[in-house]
Design a protein around this ligand. Sequence first.
Ligand SMILES: [Fe+2]
Length: 460
Amino acid sequence: MKNLDLLKILIVEDNNELLEILNLLISHQFDVSMNIISAPSAREALLILENQSIDLCICDHQLTDDLGSDVLKYIISHKLKTKFILCSSYDPESFPGLYPIEHIFYNIKKPEISEGLEVLLSKIHLLKDFKYTRSIDYVSISVNLLTILGKAPSDIYYVNEKNEYIKLFNKNKSIDLADKKLIEDTYSNKIYTKRDANNDHIINELNKSISNILASEDIPLDRKISATHTQLKELIGCTGITPTMAELTKATLKEVVANILSEKKILLNVIQDNQSDNYASRFYTLHSMIISILAKKTDWDSHQDIYKLIFCAFVQDLSLKSTSLMQLIDHDDFLRRISEFSPQEQEDFINHPRKTIEILKSFNDIPFGVERIILEHHELPNKTGFPNELDSKEISQMGALFNLSGIFARYLLDKGNQFDSQEFLKYMDLKQFDRGHYFDTYSAIKSLFLTSDSSFRFPL
Ligand SMILES: [Fe+2]
C-alpha cells in the first residue's frame, strides 16, 4: 500500500446478515478514510479483484460457490498487492495447503469479529500509508439490518432536502413493521448511524447478533460452544461471576466437548436442537460455567469431578426433543404449566432422566458416577422433585451441586439481563435449598451475590 489515501476493503461473505454487520462494524471501528465493497461469493470477489485495486480482502472460508482459499489463490497467482485476511470459524493452520501462512495478513476468528477488527486496524496503522482521520461521521445502515437487530443500535438519522442529518429514532427504539415501511417508503431506505462516543454500544449490539447468527449456523460444535460462551459472558456479568472465572472454565469445557464430539449420537442431538433453537448449547455451556465456578467454592474442584459434572451438563437432556421442556426451571414450574404440554410430552419429561441413562449405556468411556447425577438431576428438596422424590439428605452431594447450578442456569437464561439476585435468593429460600446436601451450593451462590454490587456490571 503505497501513498494511499483511501483504504479499499473488499468483504467476501456469503451470509448476507453477517456481511451487513461486518460492513457496519468496520465503518464504526476504523478511523481511516475507506471504501468498502462487498462480494457474496468467490466468483464475484474474483471479478472485483480483476477490475479494481483492493488493499484489504476480508474473506470467509466456506463460501457458497468456492472456498476463501480460491480468492487467495487468485491474489497470489496474479501477484496482487491485496492483503488477505481470513475471517472464519476455522484457523488457517487447519488448512496449511490452502492458506500458506506467509500470505495471510491476519486471521479474524469468528465470532470475535470486533476484537479481530481492532487488531487488524492496529496492523494497518503500522503501515502508515494512508490517511487515518475520517471526515465522514454518518454511516449508512440498511432497514434489513435494523430488522435483524430488532432495535436501533444507536440514534438513527435521515438526510433532509438541505442535506442536514435529522434524528429519526432514538437509540434502543424497537423496530417494527411500521418503522420498516416508513423507512422504505419515506426515506427510500437511506438512513444512517453516527460515529461518535456511542460506538461501544453499537459494537456490543452488533456482537450479540454475530453470536446469534453463528450459533444458528451449521458450524462445528466446538465453535458454536465458543460463540455461546461469548454471548453468555455478558449475561453472567449481572450475577457476580467475573469474566476471569468464566474464562477459567473454557479449557475443561473444550476438553469435554472434544470428547463428546467422538460420540456421534450426542453430536447429532445437540446440532439438531441448535438448528431450530440455540437454547440447548446456551444452557449446556452456561450450566457448565456455573458448575465450574461453584465446584471450586464447594471443594468439588478436582479435574475429574469438574469433568464429570460438565459431561453431565452436556448429556442431561439427551432424550428430550422439545426445547420448551428443557427450559422448565424445576418440577413445580412443570406442574404449573402442565396444560401447555401434550400427554406424550408430559411423559417424556418425567421419564427423561431414566431414558437418558439408557441412551448413555451405549456410549464408551462414561465417567464413573454420571448415571447417579443424571438420575437425580430433577430432584428437589423436600421430596418435591422427580423421579424418586428424594429429600435433601438422600440426594448425593454432587447431585445437589449439579441440580441447583442447573436451576440457576435455567433461571438466568429465562430472566436474561432482567436477572435479579435478590429474587433468586428468595426462590432458593422458598424451595428450602438451604438444607442438607444443597447447603454448600446454596451458600456458594449466596456468596457470589454478596461479593457483587448489584448496580455494578462487569466490563465484559
Ligand atoms: Fe433435564
